[in-house]
Design a protein around this ligand. Structure first.
Ligand code: HEM
Length: 414
């Protein structure tokens, strides 16, 4: 297909976008090989979604145009309504969290977080992340296979965010339980679990309310103290909004980081010469290893938006109201940006300054700095303390979904 601009008269329509008969629930269906072939043939493809369809944008150069507020908006509560959720704690959370807001509401919710959940504070968590990783590694070292997903990868983001929030160690078990029980609120909810999720979310909300009240009464210079001060100074957020951003940070940073940690370690171990190089000098290579893991196996599969006006994308005219998603699975392997995109290579020199795995535009990940710290420090700790680590069970696979989830991963630290 020619990539040159097409004159207005030659614009193709929404109906001309090739339709892909794609079963999103089938892991084999989201193969990179499929995207490789499609991307070469067409910039856009339509896939079935519910009773309608969603357009997937396959090429990296289209990202900025698709996330631009001039062309599109973020999905709001309709994400939940499509799942039959019209009220209750899950609905209220989605209605109040920055990720599913637009314009002024999004800015109002994001600004106090952006100001206080800052790069410097996250960088200061490096020694803590390394220490938590080392503690768990030492617990398992030379003791045979264990469940890496739950006992290592899920623990790191939970324990680190607990530390950022000043949660006492004695509350960690219940905090971990709430995270694992309510994580899916942010993505696709298994409606048969809705009552359990909502019960946990209600308890979780009450706990966060107590933390916020405590910091208002006893500010101690930590993130939450600064955050409640920033929300008080702006004066335009409801109590529900103030709380939802804290719960949102916890949930948005848990499954994402956990799954990325698993898949990056898996890829490193699949490439023994790269693993050996990494073990020889983890500090120099940890940033590159984490970035390549994020590129090679992105855990957020796409960034969906709704068009707000007629929008021309690469010769196609899309009407308002269409759902168009940047396919991160495709754009992170776009040969226009990455040399030999299908090869896992921690030495590559073409990583983008704004890594696309963290999204783009106004909703670009608010926790990127913390995610990077956690991924880099835990991978480096494994390389340093357990260089003979191996996968003992079946290879882990990412299940399809808005957030791709590792099915299982058994590891032996040695
Ligand atoms: C490997 C780890 C992570 C990945 C790949 C990732 C990816 C993303 C992506 C792609 C988005 C944009 C979604 C969209 O535009 O629709 C996003 C948003 C967000 N992420 Fe992350 N994330 C990660 C870790 C974290 C962590 C650790 C936190 C916080 C502790 C976090 C908090 C957030 C928040 C609050 C948003 C919403 C931002 C907004 O709407 O303005 N994320 N993330």
């Amino acid at each position: 297909m020619a990539d040159t601009a097409i004159a207005d008269t030659a614009l193709k329509t929404y109906n001309d976008i090739p339709v892909l008969d794609w079963d999103m629930q089938n892991p084999e269906a989201s193969s990179y090989e499929m995207f490789r072939k499609l991307r070469a043939e067409t910039p856009l493809v339509k896939v079935p979604m519910g009773m309608g369809s969603m357009v997937l944008a396959l090429r990296a150069r289209m990202v900025d145009q698709i996330v631009s507020p001039e062309n599109t908006r973020q999905l709001e509560t309709e994400m939940k309504m499509m799942q039959g959720i019209f009220d209750g704690p899950i609905f209220d959370f989605i209605a109040q969290v920055m990720l599913f807001a637009n314009g002024e509401a999004h800015q109002r919710r994001r600004q106090p977080v952006a100001r206080t959940f800052a790069f410097k504070l996250m960088e200061a968590m490096r020694p803590k992340a390394a220490a938590v990783a080392a503690e768990i590694i030492n617990d398992h070292l030379d003791k045979g296979p264990f469940n890496f997903v739950q006992e290592f990868a899920a623990q790191i983001p939970a324990r680190i965010i607990a530390d950022v929030l000043g949660i006492p160690r004695s509350d960690l078990p219940v905090f971990l339980h709430w995270i694992s029980d309510t994580g899916e609120s942010i993505g696709f909810v298994d409606v048969s679990r809705r009552a359990d999720i909502e019960k946990s979310l209600t308890e979780f909300n009450a706990y966060v309310d107590k933390l916020l009240a405590d910091r208002r009464a006893n500010p101690c210079g930590d993130f939450l103290s600064d955050y409640v001060a920033a929300t008080a100074a702006s004066g335009d957020m409801s109590e529900g909004e103030i709380r939802a951003q804290v719960v949102g940070l916890i949930l948005a940073g848990s499954d994402t980081t956990r799954n990325s940690m698993c898949m990056t370690l898996f890829q490193l171990l699949q490439h023994p010469e790269q693993w050996a190089a990494f073990c020889a000098d983890p500090d120099s290579l940890k940033k590159k290893a984490a970035e390549e893991g994020l590129r090679f196996e992105p855990v957020v599969s796409g960034i969906p938006r709704v068009t707000t006006q007629d929008m021309e994308i690469e010769g196609f005219l899309i009407p308002p109201g269409a759902i168009v998603a940047v396919s991160l699975l495709s754009v992170l392997r776009d040969p226009e940006i990455y040399a030999e995109p299908e090869t896992f290579n921690i030495q590559r020199t073409d990583q983008q300054r704004w890594h696309l795995a963290f999204g783009a535009g106004a909703h670009r990940c608010a926790g990127e700095a913390l995610a990077r710290v956690e991924l880099e420090e835990t991978l480096a700790a494994i390389a340093r303390l357990a260089p003979n680590t191996r996968i003992t069970g079946p290879n882990p696979r990412l299940q399809p979904g808005a957030i791709r989830t590792v099915d299982q991963m058994q590891v032996e630290f040695a």
